[in-house]
Write a protein that binds this ligand. Structure first.
Ligand SMILES: Nc1ncnc2c1ncn2[C@@H]1O[C@H](COP(=O)(O)OP(=O)(O)OP(=O)(O)O)[C@@H](O)[C@H]1O
Ligand SMILES: [Mg+2]
Length: 231
């Protein structure tokens, strides 16, 4: 459903992605792993259309979306939970969630019940300002906001970064619930290997802008992935 073929991305003269190919399927979690600065966020930016790629192709739901603008990709069902969460600090939790309505038709603009069953804390804090939430609560809000548009493809950029263990568990439960729904494809960018290995169906390790190792769940060797990430 998502097929990324041989993409290259440059920031000026610096090449951040080198011939990256990955894919994602409904009901499955594709993990993208790698140390700081290897190009994980650049890959997600390319997928949502925040930054243009120099070559290669991105096919989603049977259509070539390579040259579509970000809002057009969102309208087709690509949801994004950015690194660092990017909550609007002065908007309330409810207003932050409602920003997720943007790609939806007016009649579809409601917050799905799932958001509150996965993250009850959001329900109890609907009127609070986003900036007053803890980091973990903001991360839950960022995921909730992405779910508001009922994505067919959900991209998560290091959702466990700087988050305490109990909330990491909630986030893990949410991802596995969404995977088990069977109709959402998930791309999970992570450096927290134990977390990724619990959830992942396929794994790609990046280094210096390229995928240098990949495997699926059947062939999962966590020690080898860890070694590849450390090289
Ligand atoms: N807007 C930009 N302009 C120039 N260089 C950039 C830009 N954004 C990222 N880079 C560079 O591109 C490379 C890949 O960065 P990217 O943010 O994709 O890495 P990452 O794997 O997400 O890292 P992290 O785990 O720290 O988030 C890095 O060398 C980074 O310095
Ligand atoms: Mg990053």
């Amino acid at each position: 459903m998502l097929e990324v073929k041989d993409i290259n991305l440059y920031y000026g003269a610096a090449q951040a992605l080198r011939g990256v190919s990955i894919n994602a399927q409904p009901g499955r979690v594709t993990c993208v792993l790698g140390r700081n600065g290897v190009g994980k966020t650049s890959l997600l930016r390319a997928l949502v259309g925040q930054y243009p790629i120099a070559s290669g192709s991105i096919t989603f739901d049977g259509a070539d979306v390579t040259s579509l603008r970000p809002y057009e990709r969102a309208r087709r069902g690509i949801g994004f939970v950015p690194q660092g969460r990017e909550i609007f600090p002065l908007l309330t939790v409810e207003e932050n969630l409602r920003t997720g309505f943007a790609p939806l038709k007016r009649e579809d603009r409601s917050i799905p019940d799932d958001v509150f069953s996965l993250f009850p804390v959001l329900q109890s804090m609907l009127g609070r300002r986003g900036g007053d939430l803890s980091g973990g609560q903001q991360q839950q809000l960022a995921i909730g906001r992405a779910l508001v548009m009922r994505p067919k493809l959900l991209l998560l950029d290091e959702p466990t970064e700087g988050i305490q263990p109990s909330i990491i568990k909630d986030i893990g439960r949410a991802i596995s619930y969404l995977r088990n729904l069977g109709d959402i494809a998930i791309v999970l960018v992570e450096q927290y290997l134990d977390f990724a290995c619990e959830l992942g169906d396929t794994f790609a390790v990046m280094d210096r802008g390229a995928v240098k190792y990949s495997c699926d769940r059947a062939g999962l060797d966590q020690a080898e992935i860890s070694r590849q990430m450390a090289l």
